[in-house]
Ligand binder design. Structure first.
Ligand code: ADP
Ligand code: ASP
Ligand code: MG
Length: 422
């Protein structure tokens, strides 16, 4: 029996009962002969509540202090979980990210893991303990400050530890039975996927399926760590994410699923001179503010004015900073004005099979048009098509596309066991 890393999300440890339930599950794995490392998120909506609190004190809190605050959430759950396990008669020790050897760069609020040195975790395991590690946090290599990995970052902590400890599997426990063909909160007829490739899972995660964080899937692919996404509320098999199908009945689907995302906003830079170097200057200003952008469109310039508009999407949370950065560079770039729109949503269809099935794009657009959904931006990769629409249209669009591609299940409705989906 090898080493397993189990990660429990906030909805699985939302209250004392949840913590006790999860503790039993962890002890079961230990009794089955595994060495068990547990990564735990903050209880329920704690992280959101801490963010709300910070905003009441300061509209733009300093990154260092913000991280110090947010990591408190995981400290609470890790200590309580260790206590609950001890109460069941088993040895457990909790560790902060820093104590567990999670070393990051020093970009506060979205630090990247650059090394994992889990010496203390190894020792704890060798002494017969269950090791509990606070997710979503690390310590910066140069300044030795506490950092966080970005929202949902506990998934990444879990996979990074699994890689560093050479675990046989990384189990991600959440409030649904696995990865579905669409978010079960939106599409009741979504189907559970038995196996999905890293490649397709990466695209789903990048397109907003927050059941797994994009960075965690990237990490798992790089180190070839199989992930098993499953519910902490049921005993069912979940979804395996790996390079190759594991069971005998699973094979690559043409379309893996439909993802949606309402966490982005759109900025339009109006009246940009249509000459070389303008786009470079705009996106340099945004990049220098450490902001990642997603989709871009440039309109055809009106011949009479020689001016064009450039729109791009970015996380809403970065909207303010992007506007500030562009305003500062306004004179140098020479555009007229900026428009900010946070009422947008993105719908993406993902599947490696679309490489070889030419009708997929046409069917996708047909489904959207039949549902009366207007498309504002389009982007594609080899295995994904994404469109931006009005935020109000997103649920209807996801449901329509899911049906049109024959993904609806005809049996059990997808179950959401807990959480607020916040
Ligand atoms: P945790 O607190 O366990 O990290 P998250 O809220 O981050 O849980 O992720 C689980 C949620 O992801 C589910 O409740 C579901 O609403 C959402 N989700 C979005 N897309 C999918 C999908 N394709 N399959 C399963 N869940 C999805
Ligand atoms: N507690 C953090 C968050 O809510 C990290 C995580 O849950 O993965 O984003
Ligand atoms: Mg999550």
């Amino acid at each position: 029996m090898g080493l397993v890393v189990q990660k429990y999300g906030g909805s699985s440890v939302a209250d004392a009962e949840g913590i006790k339930r999860v503790a039993k599950r962890i002890v079961e794995a230990k009794k089955n002969g595994h060495q068990v490392v547990v990564v735990v998120s903050a209880m329920g909506d704690t992280t959101d509540e801490l963010i709300d609190l910070a905003e009441q004190v300061s509209p733009m809190p300093a990154g260092r202090e913000f991280d110090m605050l947010l990591t408190a959430g995981e400290r609470i759950s890790m200590a309580l979980l260790a206590m609950a396990i001890k109460n069941l008669g088993h040895e457990a020790q909790s560790f902060t990210g820093s104590q567990a050897g999670v070393i990051t760069d020093s970009v506060h609020n979205k630090a990247r893991i650059i090394d994992v040195t889990p010496g203390r975790i190894r020792t704890a395991l060798d002494e017969g303990n269950i090791a509990i590690v606070a997710g979503f946090q690390g310590v910066s290599q140069d300044k030795k400050d506490i950092t966080t990995l970005g929202r949902g970052g506990s998934d990444t902590t879990a996979v990074a530890l699994a890689a560093a400890l050479d675990a046989e599997v990384c189990e991600i426990y959440t409030d649904v039975d696995g990865v579905f063909t669409a978010d079960p909160r939106v599409v009741k007829k979504a189907k559970k996927i038995d196996w999905i490739s890293f490649e397709d899972m990466l695209e789903l995660a990048a397109s907003g399926s927050k059941v797994l964080l994009h960075r965690c899937v990237e990490y798992a692919r790089r180190y070839n760590i199989p992930i098993h996404v499953r519910s902490s509320f049921s005993g069912l098999q979940g979804t395996w994410v790996s390079n190759e199908p594991t069971g005998d009945k699973v094979e690559q689907a043409i379309i893996s699923g439909v993802a949606h995302d309402t966490s982005e906003a759109k900025i339009t830079v109006v009246g940009v001179p249509d000459k070389p170097g303008e786009a470079a200057a705009i996106f340099r200003a945004v990049a220098d503010a450490e902001i990642n952008i997603d989709m871009i469109v440039q309109n055809v310039s009106a011949a009479s004015t020689g001016l064009t508009d450039i729109s791009f999407t970015l996380p809403k949370a970065e909207g303010r900073r992007a506007i500030d950065a562009l305003e500062k560079a306004k004179e140098a770039i020479g555009f007229d004005s900026l428009r900010y729109d946070d009422q947008i949503g993105k719908i993406s269809l993902v599947g490696a099979g679309m490489k070889t099935n030419p009708g997929v794009t046409a069917d996708f657009f047909r489904a959207l048009s039949d549902a009366g959904v207007n498309i504002e931006l389009i982007s594609t990769s080899e295995i994904r098509i994404s469109v931006v629409t009005r935020a109000d249209d997103v649920n209807e669009a996801v449901t329509a596309v899911h049906s049109a591609f024959g993904l609806d299940s005809d049996s059990d409705e997808a179950v959401v066991y807990g959480g607020t989906g916040r």
